[in-house]
Design a binder for this molecule. Structure first.
Ligand SMILES: [Zn+2]
Length: 354
């Protein structure tokens, strides 16, 4: 494979430019002959998308599963943004777990299917799981190659959604079921991520959940507990702060309330040491997620860390086996996060993507 010379300020912490080489065996500061110089004056290791869905798409307003080639198209799109690692936060295990390691495309850390009973997740992308089967199904997905399980801890029921938008989420499984799930997955060496948008998050953190997804109803006390336990938070701002210009006033009010809450809680969580992670979910991108973190009061360096070092550290062994990658920019994204939208170069696993 090609060896690459990166002559740039290494972000998020660097101040002076320096030369480093990216080879098939990783980074080195020893000069590598015949390396090809990458353009760009600022560099990040490859970005991490800690909450994405490789196996589904937004098809005319309803989520639908895609096949293997659709999933590969998603991976190609993430790669062009400089994303080198994707944690798939639930989907179709037969598609997600069949994706090969491919140079030039992000490495996929897989959760299995969304664990939610019938009627308690988006029907087009849901393989329902009754409470009695949750542990067995989660362990089956782990045995097939997943390293995470994805719990949908609360969701508006199909009956409530049928009445119109704005349906309130309801708890999906009793907490003793959730406890058994967490214990069983931990026992098998995996971790559990939870979709949660109500104050139920507090109980999940106490039970040892590993990451809170969305977390739109988190509070300071729960964030303190997350800091003590090392629980991560993927706020998925692109998803939870999205509203069409013609959205009903109720939706606009929900989004405005969330934005206010996040503008307090995200800097608070980062100051307490909670691993805050960038996740694009179905509707977003990691560059946009970084910009939204900054809009919510997170320091630009911390926002870049949420997309790189914090996420790598939190993913641990999952990240260690990912391919060495780099994304470069002509300007400093700490001065203007919008810079992240336009990489000068992206290399994933040795292959120049752009
Ligand atoms: Zn999601």
């Amino acid at each position: 494979m090609t060896d690459w010379l990166v002559d740039a300020v290494m972000l998020p912490d660097g101040t002076e430019p320096g030369s480093r080489w990216l080879t098939s065996s990783g980074w080195t500061e020893q000069r590598v002959p015949d390396a090809v110089a990458l353009p760009g004056r600022f560099a990040l290791p490859g970005l991490v998308d800690a909450h994405s869905h490789v196996s589904f798409s937004d098809g005319d307003g309803a989520l639908v599963f895609v096949d293997r080639s659709g999933a590969e198209a998603h991976r190609e799109r993430y790669a062009r943004d400089g994303v080198a690692i994707v944690r798939d936060a639930g989907g179709a295990p037969d598609v997600v777990l069949s994706l090969p390691r491919t140079a030039g495309r992000p490495f996929v850390v897989a959760a299995g299917r969304h664990l939610a009973p019938p009627g308690m997740y988006f029907e087009g992308v849901h393989l329902p799981v009754e409470a009695d089967d949750v542990v067995e199904v989660a362990l089956g997905d782990l045995a097939a190659g997943a390293t995470w399980a994805k719990l949908v801890a609360d969701f508006p029921s199909a009956a409530a959604r049928a009445l119109g938008p704005g349906a309130a989420p309801e708890q999906t499984y009793d907490l003793d079921v959730v406890r058994r799930l967490i214990d069983a997955v931990h026992g098998a060496g995996g971790r559990v991520a939870a979709h949660v948008t109500t104050p139920l998050a507090s109980a999940l953190v106490s039970l040892g959940i590993d990451s809170i997804e969305h977390g739109t109803a988190l509070d300071e006390a729960t964030v303190d507990e997350m800091a003590a336990r090392g629980t991560a938070w993927t706020p998925t701002l692109c998803a939870v702060l999205s509203a069409a210009p013609d959205a009903p006033p109720e939706r606009l009010r929900v989004v405005a309330d969330r934005r206010e809450r996040f503008t307090h809680l995200l800097p608070y969580a980062i100051a307490r040491g909670v691993p805050v992670l960038t996740g694009s979910d179905v509707v977003g991108t990691i560059p946009r997620e970084i910009a939204l973190l900054v809009e919510c009061g997170v320091a630009p360096g911390d926002a870049l860390r949420a997309a790189t070092a914090s996420a790598m550290r939190f993913l641990g062994a999952d990240a260690e086996v990912a391919p060495a990658s780099v994304v470069t920019y002509e300007a400093d994204p700490r001065d203007d996060p919008e810079v992240v939208r336009q990489p000068a170069a992206v290399v994933i696993g040795g292959v120049l993507v752009r």
